[in-house]
Ligand binder design. Structure first.
Ligand code: ZN
Ligand code: ZN
Ligand code: ZN
Length: 159
């Protein structure tokens, strides 16, 4: 997948190690590791680019985060908040009005952005390929719901 900037050889060893432990991976002789369909002669792990992409989308944080937001339709799963949409230049006859709206949007984005939370904590695994990033383990939260969630975790740890 072109978005994944990682050496091909490195990706191969890492994905093999992950696949050995991954609960989503399929294990049947001669079958795709994602969908279990028969592998075409030219392929060894995935039957298609789509299956390879689905695997990366569930293990590579940058892709998983994006997939979770898309699945949650860019809304907080707890309170439904969605950040303001980027203003479209054509909606403003005057460029100055557009620039002002754009600046307001950019400022709001800092506090109203969406974050993606690991339901089962990932323990700092953001930088690595990990089964903690399965999209099923992710939820899109607004900044304040995420903060509240993290605070809840800290309280639970203490008690
Ligand atoms: Zn497949
Ligand atoms: Zn929220
Ligand atoms: Zn996995």
């Amino acid at each position: 997948m072109s978005q994944v900037r990682i050496g091909a050889a490195q990706a191969l060893t890492k994905s093999a190690a992950l696949l050995a432990r991954c609960g989503l991976a399929r294990r049947c002789e001669g079958g795709c590791r994602w969908c279990a369909a028969m592998l075409p002669a030219s392929r060894r792990t995935w039957c298609s680019d789509g299956c390879a992409a689905a695997f990366w989308r569930n293990h590579w944080w940058t892709l998983a985060r994006r997939a979770a937001k898309r699945r949650d339709k860019h809304r907080c799963r707890r309170c439904g908040h969605s950040p303001p949409k980027r203003p479209a230049a054509r909606a403003f006859p005057l460029r100055a009005d557009y620039l002002a709206a754009f600046r307001r949007w950019r400022a709001a984005r800092r506090t109203e952005r969406l974050e993606v939370n690991h339901i089962t904590p990932c323990r700092g695994a953001h930088g690595t390929l990990s089964c903690a990033h399965h999209v099923d383990n992710l939820e899109t939260l607004c900044v304040s719901c995420h903060r509240e969630h993290t605070r809840g975790l800290a309280v639970r740890r203490k008690t």
